[in-house]
Design a protein around this ligand. Sequence first.
Ligand SMILES: O=CC(=O)O
Length: 367
Amino acid sequence: MAPQAGEKLIVLHIGDPVKWNTELYARFSQDFTVVRPSAEERQRGEFMKALKEGRWGNFAAIFRPFWNTGGEMGRWDEELIPLVPSSCRIFASAGAGFDWADVDILAQRGSTPRSPFSKPGKLIITSAAASTESVSDFAIFLILSAFRNLNWCTTSARLSPAAFTDCHTHSAAISHNPRGHTLGVIGLGNIGFEIARKAYAAFHMKIVYYDVLRKPSTKEAEIDAQYISSLDEMLGMSDCVVLATPASPDGKKLITKERLGKMKMGSRFVNIARGSLVDDEAVADAVEEGRLVGVGMDVHEHEPRVNERLKVLRQVTLTAHNAGGTLQTHIGFEELAMRNIDAVLKGKQPLTPVNMHLMISAVKEKL
Ligand SMILES: O=CC(=O)O
């Protein structure tokens, strides 16, 4: 049922309360009726039951301000999405990744030719822009670690005087300045670009990139980047490859044994994107073979479990999916999610849509 004149639109707020943007949230809660399902109601079975019953009314938006909660119902897929009322126009979530949702199903679901925002196609928004700085900083750390053997250095300093002396004596001969080396970026989106910009500005690395679409020449010129239309070719040119692309919707791996075989002997690899894109066993093989002499992995194939072989390789720096984890990112995630909902429900353009192009093509198909 459409809201009556003067009636507020309902926003379904899943997960933790807003922690940082309390003033904005107070205004948001005045403009909309915010409904918060309990932790039990967010479990998949109960969540689906509640949606079928229409327990939360004809909500117009879904709001998930924090990435560690609000995902209890599992994947937003062909089983779950059809249960969302047609009144819902936007799903705004914290986080950069959107591998937990079938974005094309959200976009296509019954969208009408009138407008991509009109019901019942669903726009999905992430707050990725809020983590560009933190993730790109972290990638620089991992790149530096891969060139300078920082995993070996930091563990040796803690281990024993003998380990300290061994590392102090022998690491220099196999450590390199990144300056002048070639950084191959897979995915020159916002995060990939920022990694490349920092590597170019700080270390004068030569930037090559692969992406499904070439970036405008003005953008390339900012970092003197060279577009390589073949991924395999780019892998073969790079001294360090950094993966900065979204997960494949079908879970397909991008970095496989075959692909690693295209990389130079003695090169390096960094993953700050998604663990599902990489065959971690194949990475361990490539390190043992000497093809990769430095690896930085923030995300893992079977997260939160980390590959046992990678754990014992001193050339490999491992972190616990921390790249985006700063206070500034969290503040930005909350804020962007609220501002996107506010814009769309007030008839304005969303700020950071993910599936807008899919919605537009779904609309065109129906014309
Ligand atoms: O990985 C973190 C995110 O999706 O923001």
